[in-house]
Design a binder for this molecule. Structure first.
Ligand code: NAD
Length: 387
């Protein structure tokens, strides 16, 4: 069975999908692994490193796409490459399906079985393949480092002969995987950290990291069966803004990580809240690529609003591309390994497996994912305003 690893072509993407140790793992499973020439160079892995891992280097992208049984990559495939893939090929990557319905249709029509790694269920069994978690974790770390680089104050308290410096105050909004890592990183740098999430269950986790949980009574909020936050009503959103106002006003740094699965991110920090912040303050909008948590944030830019620097860098994990590639690659190899039939030395696409059911979007010429079909059928005109 031939597994092809594609070179990333998206501009500015420094991560690589498979690094040599994971390639070696796939070879040991009994797969014939071919790597597109130069696929690892962004992270300083040479073609020779992949050859040492037992793979073959192929300079022809076209040939790789035409002959592979399994295609591994990081970002969604460019539309024009779908026609090159074999009917029945398995394509495993991020797919961004809710924002790419045309691509999904195209993959189905081409008879490609497309796995969207964003859709993996967040279960204990799937944890080792969970790219959302591994990359969000690094995103949370980078958000704090980027903020610290833009703030004109230090994070830790310092007691010096020149006087005592107060610790910086950091407020984290949204305490999922990224938010937890942001709290931990800001704490390690010595900041005084507060955090808020609409899911009250995270309060204990916030406290265990040495941060304070900001309590805002929003009434019933709840979470989906997969642990994702539910969308707030406009009244609840207003209550949240009022409840968070003090924490924002006192903060030197605000980091927003709030996301709603399959929907645009909630707009939480408006201009009025920004105006209350300390001049010279910094906001990092980690949701900028899915619509933004912060009014006025712009993708890949730092904009100044009411004297506050609003940072909207996309692809934060890509800023620590080596580590991010190591983690993504390991997730990807674990996914393949999980479905690998060791005796037959081939990948078994088990459509009745819970993990596969969650992540498989197209198969046998059709769109097969129930959650995708469900969300897309409910999607209204409001969505289009964001994208
Ligand atoms: P996410 O990226 O979907 O969202 C980030 C955070 O934003 C969430 O904590 C969410 O509650 C919060 N949020 C949404 N709207 C908000 C608002 N208006 N104000 C403030 N916060 C808001 O989350 P994620 O990191 O992908 O995690 C989603 C869920 O999956 C969590 O329950 C997490 O614990 C769970 N999870 C489980 C596993 C596992 O068991 N294997 C692994 C990773 C995550």
């Amino acid at each position: 069975m031939k597994i092809a690893v594609m070179k990333e072509t998206h501009q500015g993407e420094m991560r690589v999908p498979i690094i040599p140790p994971s390639a070696e793992k796939l070879v040991k499973l009994g797969a014939e692994v071919e790597i597109e020439a130069g696929a690892g160079l962004n992270c300083r892995f040479s073609d020779a490193d992949y050859e040492k891992a037992g793979t073959r280097i192929n300079p022809s992208r076209e040939e790789l796409l035409q002959t592979a049984d399994i295609i591994l990559r990081l970002r969604k495939p460019p539309r024009e490459e779908v026609d090159l893939m074999k009917k029945g090929a398995i394509h495993i990557s991020y797919l961004d399906p809710f924002r790419e319905p045309d691509l999904v249709d195209k993959l189905a029509a081409a008879g490609v079985s497309a796995v969207s790694l964003e859709m993996l269920p967040r279960t204990t069994l799937a944890q080792k393949m969970d790219v959302l978690s591994s990359q969000a974790n690094l995103g949370g770390y980078v958000a704090v480092i980027v903020a610290a680089g833009q703030l004109d104050k230090v994070f830790p308290m310092m007691t010096t002969p020149a006087g005592t410096i107060k610790p910086a105050r950091v407020f984290i909004i949204g305490v999922g995987v990224a938010g937890l890592q942001a709290i931990a990183t800001a704490r390690r740098l010595g900041a005084r950290v507060e955090a808020f999430d609409t899911r009250p269950v995270v309060e204990e986790q916030v406290k265990s990291l040495g941060a304070k949980f900001v309590k805002v009574d929003l009434g019933e909020t709840g979470e989906t069966k997969d642990g994702y936050a539910k969308e707030l009503t406009p009244e609840q959103m207003q209550m949240q803004k009022e409840g968070m106002a003090r924490a924002c006003a006192q903060a030197d740094v605000v980091i927003t990580t709030a996301q709603l699965f399959g929907r645009p991110a909630p707009r939480i920090v408006d201009r009025a809240i920004i105006a209350q912040m300390q001049p010279g303050g910094v906001i990092v909008d980690m949701a900028v690529e899915t619509g933004g948590n912060v009014e006025g944030s712009e993708v890949d830019k730092i904009v100044e609003i009411e004297g506050v620097k609003v940072i909207g860098f996309g692809n934060l994990p890509g800023r620590v591309a080596q580590t991010a590639s190591q983690m993504y690659s390991s997730n990807l190899a674990n996914f393949v390994d999980h479905f690998w039939d060791k005796e037959a030395k081939s990948f078994r696409l088990k459509t009745d497996d819970e993990i596969m059911k969650g992540a498989l979007i197209t198969h046998n010429g059709a769109i097969v994912n129930e959650m995708y079909k469900n969300i897309m059928s409910k999607r209204g005109w409001r969505w289009m305003l964001y994208f």
